[in-house]
Design a protein around this ligand. Structure first.
Ligand SMILES: Nc1ncnc2c1ncn2[C@@H]1O[C@H](COP(=O)(O)OP(=O)(O)OP(=O)(O)O)[C@@H](O)[C@H]1O
Ligand SMILES: [Mg+2]
Length: 1030
């Protein structure tokens, strides 16, 4: 070691001591087992660890778990905390380490993952899957909403186990259905939802259990644990022995199972997963119905037909009329041509129909339950980002008598083994390719041949079975066996009594066939294969079920079901297809494996049955997996991880390596004296060929760690002695750091200022790298200033900020937009009255704009409807003219045509004429036809002359009027009398007619004071005030 000058080159010496130390707890990762080809060494290691209660061991990232059959203190919250976010290989192997690694891989690589948990029945798959789920429940981030999702996910387990698990000879809590569960995460890693897929429930268990086995747990839980009221309501007695469907296995009580407690757990779980009282009542109504159905017994009449001598049990069946049920259970409806004929059942037939019904009810209710749980697990929070799938399926199983169910279950395990082989080999090969390292092929047993034997189209066992189920004529289980023998005769993994040699024949019955599965031989008894595969339920029974008042049953037997004339797919084919879909789901995800091993066959704590374990190690292909992992290289790690751990072993990499990690690793291993054949450098990882090389490195690291610790302690002793120097040194360093920081800051500032100046100089030029930032700054600051200085009204034409050259065009566009926006705003705010006013002002503008001096000052003065209210007009006048409808009135001063004497008058405009009124007298009326027009001067005075057509001799002459509301009055007149074009603005003087043929004149001028008087020339003189703007 370069720190202590101890030779780490003496690798073998160090190895010996450290290996002995390690031996006591075995090796945590089989990849590091030197004798990796030895099954005995493999088993020894497993056993060593098992006896120390170390049930977990790795092969790389694959986790082996050996069932301890006792509670271990390794699943506490403390343990969970320990494994959270810790590097996979830093702590002893654990299911939590795997779960954590999957979770972090999912988060960092944003991909979908699944954990395949496999092993034979009773090996601990379901327990492992529960541990993983519990780990995620504790370790994932949470919120109140997510807590609900989390609780529901956890609680779905006891419910599904109650309905889908049962005691078998192999396992007191054996899963009798396959379960694949997706845990859905959002991109922050919160568990936001879940989804469960279930696979082929072993329905036959509902009506039949082998000796030593039980029906599904839920039946016992309900009968043993159900509250008095509930049981009374369901017509049940608190005694499992009273129910035919519960007594066949003769073991309703099992020491490891507490049905009463489990009942409470299930009831509580149901409420957590959002089942209300109605759901629960209906669900247990179904369970009770199945029990009652099992108690329906048939007698034979004289002809051997089935009769029912009591309807007692039927009373409790799903709210269906007893008589209807009675008929459906004892007769079969046959559709002959257009007629329906009732054909009585024999006793056997009736029992068959009853059991078929019980299985159908239970099976369909189970499917309903899974769907209902899925509804409650549905993600309602956010977008799903990634998922972790958990596959816990029934394990490989061999009983003394194996039937159709075992055939399906073992085929399923065969498929999963096949998937495992494909994925692990593929993954390993891909890693070598990705890292640019040569691949050395490994020999392994491929079970594809057995999968094909079962599932191949037209040739596999399932095809033969289906053919036999569908062909017309008398197909029986034995004819099926004949067909199998015909087709599979030569297959190396298939044997029957007929095909076997003498020796093998001894262990076979005539109705058996034997398959050589990857996990061992299994002999299947063909009895029941055809029926179970058909899974037929008579149509009239289905029709009767539809009459049920139980809403779950109504959903389970939908009215549409009977419609299809097509024959439904057989059970085996459905199962085969669902496995195919499962394989597709899984291959799209990254795979992780937990391989569960059974330590002994008697569920005995701490017992390690070497023969049994050896067999599992063999058929699970663990040795082969190890060989694949070890093909060439026992160990590989990412460069960063390797360097982080071992950097202290080389002065060049300690305490920090500044370069690329792979170079650091190269330096490090050269320093350690790795021989060229001992390792290979991949693209991202180092591959180490022999375990012993790694051990030596690890041991050197242990020594080095020790030395580092020692050095630290020594340094402490010398601390006071050197403290002054160190303090000074630190201070100097600190000042240096500060100064360097300041220097960098200034350099940065200089650069920015220079750039700014250059930008200013070139601001009028086209955009270049020199001025682009400056121009951006100019643009931004102009826009900011403009924003705070916008004109407030449309009339304001001066406020707009002058733009910098680069913004000229933009500014103009913005100005137009802003004006338009203000106009819009203004227009939207205009009332109908204001609108009418404006329309009048437009007319005024058309007549006077730019013509009369006083016009501009009048613009802002609003027009009113009238200047004289009706009550101020004399009654007599009103009576005379009202019928013409008064439109406008205004006070005026009338000048006599002869002497120009001023007289106050009211000017009234009606619909038809203009009136000049003095108190009660109408002094002059000019109808609009006779009104020629009006004249006025261009100056600032307020005089107007109304010209009258003098074709009538009675008619008086033109009117000379002064009006303070000149523009208003004239505009009203112009609009009412339609005289817009007859109003003239005149310069100098205006002629008027005193009477027909006699003219007078009005002269206009500008003066200091406004005046109106009779001039010496006999004209009316009007002096208008001087108006400034002119
Ligand atoms: N990690 C463990 N710690 C303690 N006991 C365990 C552990 N794993 C399994 N067991 C015991 O083994 C029994 C069987 O395990 P489990 O139900 O998980 O088997 P399985 O592989 O799911 O079997 P099957 O295929 O029949 O469903 C459990 O009920 C439990 O008693
Ligand atoms: Mg299980």
């Amino acid at each position: 070691c370069w720190l202590c000058n101890k030779p780490v080159g003496n690798i073998s010496g160090i190895m010996k001591t450290s290996l002995i130390a390690r031996d006591r707890v075995g090796i945590q990762d089989f990849v590091l087992l030197d004798a990796h080809n030895s099954e005995t060494a493999f088993l020894d290691n497993l056993k060593k660890r098992f006896t120390e209660d170390l049930i977990y061991t790795y092969i790389g990232t694959l986790l082996i778990s050996v069932n301890p059959y006792k509670e271990l203190d390794i699943y506490t919250k403390k343990q969970m905390d320990l494994y959270m976010g810790v590097n996979f290989f830093e702590l002893p192997p654990h299911i939590y380490a795997l779960a954590d690694n999957v979770y972090h891989t999912m988060l960092s690589e944003a991909n979908n993952n699944f954990i395949l948990i496999s092993g034979e029945s009773g090996a601990g798959k379901t327990e492992a899957s529960k541990k993983i789920l519990q780990y995620y429940a504790v370790s994932c981030p949470s919120s109140t909403l997510l807590d609900t999702v989390r609780d529901r996910m956890l609680m779905s387990n006891p419910v599904l186990e109650a309905f889908g698990n049962a005691k078998t000879m192999k396992n007191d809590n054996s899963s009798r259905f396959g379960k694949y569960m997706d845990i859905q995460f959002d991109c922050q890693g919160d568990a936001v939802g879940g989804h469960i897929l279930s696979y082929l429930l072993e329905k036959s268990r509902v009506v039949h259990q082998n000796h030593g086995e039980r029906n599904f747990h839920i039946f016992y839980q309900l009968v043993e644990g159900g509250e008095e009221d509930l049981l009374r309501h369901l017509g049940l007695e608190k005694d499992t022995k009273r129910y035919s469907y519960l007594v066949q296995g003769e073991c309703s009580n099992v020491s490891s199972i507490n049905d009463k407690n489990d009942w409470k757990t299930v009831k509580n779980a149901l409420s957590v997963i959002d089942f209300d009282a109605n759901d629960i009542e209906h669900l247990f109504g179904i369970i009770a119905s199945v029990l009652h159905l099992g108690n329906v017994h048939f007698d034979g009449d004289t002809k051997g037909y089935a009769t029912l001598n009591t309807n007692a049990a039927l009373r409790w069946l799903l709210g269906i009329h007893v008589q209807v049920l009675h008929e459906a259970l004892t007769f079969r409806k046959i559709e002959a041509k257009s007629e329906e004929v009732l054909s009585p059942f024999t006793v056997d037939h009736a029992i068959y129909a009853r059991d078929a019904l019980a299985k159908a009810i239970y099976g369909r209710a189970f499917t309903w339950l899974v769907n209902r749980i899925n509804e409650s697990l549905e993600n309602k929070v956010s977008k799903i980002s990634t998922v972790i799938g958990l596959l816990d399926i029934y394990g490989f199983e061999v009983f003394s008598v194996n039937s159709f169910e075992q055939f399906c279950i073992n085929y399923c395990n065969e498929k999963l083994q096949q998937l495992f082989i494909q994925l692990t080999l593929k993954a390993e090969q891909e890693e070598y390719e990705a890292e640019g390292i040569g691949w050395e092929p490994v020999q392994f047993f491929n079970n594809k041949i057995i999968c094909d034997l079962v599932e191949e189209k037209h040739r596999g066992i399932i095809s033969v079975l289906d053919e036999e189920c569908m062909r017309p004529g008398d197909a029986t289980d034995l004819t099926f066996l004949d067909k199998l023998e015909e087709k599979m005769g030569n297959h190396p993994h298939f044997v029957t009594y007929k095909l076997a040699d003498k020796k093998t024949r001894k262990s076979l019955e005539r109705g058996d066939f034997r398959l050589l599965h990857y996990a061992g031989e299994v002999t299947y008894c063909v009895v029941g294969f055809i029926d179970k595969n058909n899974d037929l339920l008579y149509k009239n029974i289905k029709d009767v079920m539809r009459l049920s008042k139980n809403p779950i049953i109504q959903q389970c037997f939908p009215a549409t079901e009977g419609d299809s004339r097509r024959r439904p797919e057989t059970v085996a084919t459905q199962f085969k297809n669902s496995l195919l879909r499962l394989t597709e789901i899984l291959t799209a995800k990254e795979a992780w494996y937990v391989r569960c091993l059974k330590s002994n066959d008697n569920k005995q704590p701490g017992k390690f049955d070497e023969v049994l374990v050896r067999h599992q190690v063999k058929y699970l292909g663990l040795m082969e997996h190890l060989r694949v992992r070890r093909a060439g290289f026992a160990y590989r790690r990412r460069y960063e991880v390797f360097l982080k751990r071992y950097k202290a072993l080389c002065p060049a990499t300690w305490p920090h390596w500044k370069g690329v990690p792979s170079d650091g690793v190269e330096k490090l291993v050269q320093h350690l004296g790795y021989q060229p054949d001992e390792y290979k450098m991949g693209k991202t990882k180092i591959f180490i060929r022999y375990a012993r090389t790694l051990f030596a490195t690890e041991d050197a690291f242990e020594i080095c760690k020790h030395e580092l610790g020692k050095q630290k302690r020594t340094q402490k002793r010398h601390f006071n002695f050197f403290s002054y120097i160190i303090t000074t040194k630190i201070e100097t360093c600190w000042r240096g750091v500060q100064a360097r920081k300041e220097r960098d800051r200034r350099a940065w500032a200089v650069k920015i200022i220079k750039q700014f100046i250059k930008g200013y100089i070139t601001r009028r030029e086209a955009k270049t790298t020199d001025n682009s930032e400056y121009l951006a700054f100019v643009r931004q600051s102009y826009l900011n200033r403009l924003k705070d200085n916008l004109p407030k009204t449309v009339l304001d034409k001066t406020t707009w900020l002058t733009p910098p050259p680069v913004m000229t065009e933009t500014s103009e566009i913005l100005r137009q937009l802003h004006t338009r926006m203000m106009v819009r705003k203004y227009v939207r705010g205009i009332t109908p009255q204001k609108k009418a006013q404006l329309q009048q002002k437009v007319v005024t503008s058309g007549i006077f704009k730019g013509k009369k001096d006083s016009y501009p000052s009048s613009i802002a003065v609003p027009f009113v409807d009238t200047r004289i209210n009706e009550q101020d007009i004399n009654m007599r006048v009103l009576q005379t003219i009202r019928h013409e409808r008064i439109k406008y009135s205004v006070p005026v001063v009338k000048y006599d045509r002869n002497g120009f004497k001023p007289r106050p008058r009211q000017l009234i405009l009606t619909q038809a004429a203009v009136y000049l009124v003095e108190e009660a007298k109408i002094k002059q009326r000019v109808d609009y036809v006779s009104l020629k027009g009006a004249s006025l001067s261009n100056l600032g005075d307020s005089v107007m002359i109304l010209h009258v057509a003098l074709n009538d001799p009675k008619q008086k002459g033109d009117m000379i009027l002064q009006c303070d509301h000149l523009f208003e009055a004239l505009t009203k007149l112009a609009m009412i009398a339609n005289k817009q074009n007859n109003i003239k603005v005149v310069q100098g003087s205006i002629k008027f007619e005193i009477q027909a043929g006699k003219e007078g004149g009005v002269d206009f001028s500008v003066g200091q004071e406004p005046m109106i008087y009779k001039g010496k020339n006999g004209h009316l003189m009007v002096v208008a005030p001087r108006i400034k703007s002119r």
